[in-house]
Design a protein around this ligand. Structure first.
Ligand code: HEC
Length: 485
């Protein structure tokens, strides 16, 4: 009682009488005693927590519904902030902490949660203006968070999205004009317009891949010519009558419609995965001692997914997304590679609330995994990465029990995970195509693989390096000689 009373008094003093009942309520039924006795203010205690843990999404024109960078912006949300940090709903963090430790684990420290609770319980006070640190530079959505890149590329022209326009996948191909091989240690994608840029993947197309494509070979061409896929405008989808394989691990090719790459090859249909942007994903900063190689003469492919999904904007929206690359001058110890373990053949029945799909891949070299990124769309429910080692031992590497389309993140491992040659990776996903899934665009529809958010994907992305020095290891040469399965 005493606490409620003193809060009400504090509010009267602050001239916020109208809010006193709300705050008194939340104080009374919170059940959480913050244990923090000192006076907590926005300017001194809360702003630094929000800058560090919430700014990435809760800033103007980003994915969260509101900015939380100033007292004026945060004050109306005080009660909701308290609830969401107590339930650990915010900041969003999906992996189960039993498996793997990640450098970008941005769950709040217990002490930060207690500070926020105390702030709200004490009446969410602003405090002394002189205590307030300036909002950090990066909270501007147009600035490079990693600082000025060594090279910047953009998609080459302005792309316009109009309200209600169907989802669009656009590939923009941009020459690097690199005269020598470059080693990339970090890559930052800066969406030109976060309201419509749903995701971006930047691929490297090496001169060898370009030549293969021109000769009608290579995986991208195979994809376009196969009878599994069809094109609808700019979108690629799997045909309704394509073979159905939900258990990709029971399929010799692991569930993928592409020829599986060897470990030294990696990649996907469009080239080698360089960097990605998805809401809340974070920036690609490769682990110390590793880098991704962009051979001289390579092209960059910006695979842009534009979505007016949710119709959160009015009028035409222009985008000119940029990619900033940071180089190291000497070849790194390890060359970093990426593989997407995916199933193209699944079929999710209408209304099914828990449809299981698997995909498998066996590494043909000793590797170390450095990061994971599960990818699904709006019906994605959970995803698990398991391994079976050559000696039969099994282990779970990652378990994302509540996948959320809104915050797909790359999980950067604190310690790389060693996988000997012959280790089999099993990716298991579940989809919720029932009406209980509030994000489900249409529970009455049978769903197959497709680019748009209202169709589905199932990809377990991961980054790794092959356990041998990079000296003399040209990805192009390695690809040419790699033994195929
Ligand atoms: C990775 C992006 C991301 C980060 C980091 C993040 N949020 Fe959010 N937040 C969102 C999105 C997206 C939503 C809207 C969807 C939802 O409500 O789940 C949201 C919703 C919320 C809501 C509910 C708004 C409502 O409509 O009721 C609150 C409160 C909130 N966030 C507080 C915070 C706080 C406090 C932090 C930092 C401690 C934080 N968030 C960090 C993305 C983020």
């Amino acid at each position: 009682m005493k606490r409620v009373l003193s809060i009400s008094l504090a509010l009267v003093a602050a001239g916020l009488v109208v809010l006193s009942t709300t705050i008194a309520n939340s104080g009374a039924n919170s059940g959480a005693n913050s244990g923090i006795k000192k006076e907590v203010t926005f300017n001194k205690d809360i702003a630094p927590i929000l800058y560090k843990n919430c700014a990435e999404c809760h800033r103007a024109n980003d994915i969260a519904p509101m900015a939380l960078m100033t007292y004026k912006e945060a004050r109306p949300w005080a009660r909701s902030i308290k609830e969401r940090v107590l339930t650990r709903d915010m900041p969003p963090w999906s992996p189960d902490s039993k498996y793997g430790e990640f450098t970008n684990d941005h769950r709040l420290a217990k002490n930060d949660i207690e500070t926020i609770v105390a702030w709200v319980d004490q009446g969410a006070k602003e405090g002394d203006a002189k205590d307030l640190q300036p909002v950090p530079e990066f909270t501007s959505t147009s600035g490079w968070r990693l600082g000025k890149p060594d090279a910047v590329f953009d998609i080459g022209k302005e792309f316009t999205v109009t309200p209600g326009m169907p989802d669009t996948i656009q590939n923009f191909i941009v020459p690097t004009n690199f005269k020598e091989d470059k080693w990339v240690t970090a890559a930052e994608i800066l969406p030109g317009n976060r309201k419509v840029v749903h995701h971006v993947i930047a691929f490297i197309q090496t001169p060898e891949m370009i030549a293969q494509f021109q000769k009608g070979e290579g995986r991208a061409r195979a994809m376009m010519q196969s009878n599994v896929f069809y094109r609808e405008g700019t979108l690629t989808k799997v045909k309704a009558d394509a073979p159905v394989i939900d258990d990709g691990c029971g399929d010799p090719n692991g569930g993928s419609a592409f020829k599986r790459p060897s470990a030294s090859e990696g990649g996907d249909a469009f080239g080698l995965f360089l960097a990605g942007y998805a809401p809340g994903k974070g920036i690609d900063v490769f682990p110390a001692g590793t880098a991704k190689k962009v051979p001289a003469g390579s092209m960059l492919v910006f695979q842009m997914h534009y979505s007016s999904y949710g119709g959160k904007f009015e009028g035409q929206q222009g985008d000119r997304t940029r990619l900033g690359l940071h180089f190291t001058s000497k070849p790194p110890e390890r060359s970093l590679n990426t593989v997407g373990i995916q199933n193209h053949y699944f079929k999710i029945p209408a209304g099914d609330g828990n449809h299981e799909v698997t995909a498998c891949y066996t590494f043909d070299a000793d590797v170390h995994l450095t990061s994971y990124m599960p990818h699904m769309h709006l019906r994605g429910k959970d995803m698990k990465y398991d391994v079976i080692y050559p000696d039969g031992r099994q282990e779970t590497l990652l378990w994302v029990p509540n996948f959320s389309f809104n915050w797909q993140t790359m999980y950067y491992l604190k310690k790389p995970v060693a996988l000997p040659k012959g280790t089999k990776l099993i990716v298991t996903a579940h989809f919720d195509n029932s009406e209980k899934n509030k994000y489900n665009p249409d529970p009455k529809k049978t769903i197959r693989w497709g680019d748009p958010t209202y169709e589905e994907m199932m990809i377990g992305w991961m980054e790794y390096y092959v356990d041998r020095p990079t000296t003399g290891d040209r990805p192009d040469a390695a690809r040419a000689t790699a033994s195929r399965r």
